[in-house]
Write a new protein. Structure first.
Length: 212
């Protein structure tokens, strides 16, 4: 399109020589035409360079996106491998869960991770002291209130996971009325929550919750 327009412009400019005023000096006419043609092609070249620059930026962005997706896949493969190793280790189950939480948070970038365990006798979820905190000082208020907040089945994000048996999301904990720790979440800047069940057979024995 740009090259075609430049060619058409060049042809029309050359044809204009024969319709120039008869009293015009020929050398002046040709200089004007040559300058016009030069400007036409200069504009065309700059336009092509600009288009190419945009294409290069788009290609670079696509490469960065593809690279990030590849790195995400690599990290998830590493994550699965590490968790598989932990699952076959001989250390205590609490230590395995703590290590798994550290690995999950490290590879996903979630700054807060915590474990609730189900008390089968009372059928409630009790908070544990198994945490991942990227910034312990910042998240200390949330940690304290969580460790003082057992949850009934169906209560809060972990309680919903127990009832459904599936992973659950809260897009904005500040707007979710079923999230009892919302005030503390405001203080530490946490907004999004995600939790999934720890299953023994088909029974939910605990819930890992993560916040961002």
């Amino acid at each position: 399109m740009i090259i075609g327009s430049a060619i058409v412009g060049t042809i029309l400019t050359l044809l204009g020589v024969w319709i120039s005023p008869p009293d015009a000096q020929l050398w002046v006419v040709w200089i004007n035409r040559i300058l016009s043609i030069f400007l036409i092609w200069l504009t065309a070249v700059f336009s092509l360079l600009q288009i190419r620059s945009i294409e290069v930026r788009e290609e670079s962005e696509e490469i960065r996106t593809a690279y990030q997706l590849l790195m995400d896949e690599v990290n998830y493969v590493k994550l699965h491998r590490v968790i598989a190793v932990l699952a076959n280790s001989k250390q205590k189950i609490e230590d395995d869960l703590a290590d798994a939480m550290q690995v999950i948070c490290y590879h996903t970038g979630w700054p807060v991770g915590h474990l609730y365990l189900r008390d089968e006798d009372q059928d409630v979820l009790n908070p544990t002291k198994i945490w991942y905190l990227k910034d312990p000082e910042k998240f200390d208020p949330f940690k304290k209130v969580t460790e003082a907040t057992p949850l009934e089945l169906g209560e809060g994000l972990p309680g919903r996971v127990v009832n459904s048996g599936n992973a659950e999301w809260i897009i904005d904990v500040l707007k979710d009325k079923s999230f009892p720790r919302a005030r503390q979440a405001i203080e530490i800047g946490v907004h999004t929550g995600f939790a999934f069940p720890i299953l023994i057979g088909t029974k939910v024995a605990g819930v890992m919750e993560f916040f961002f």
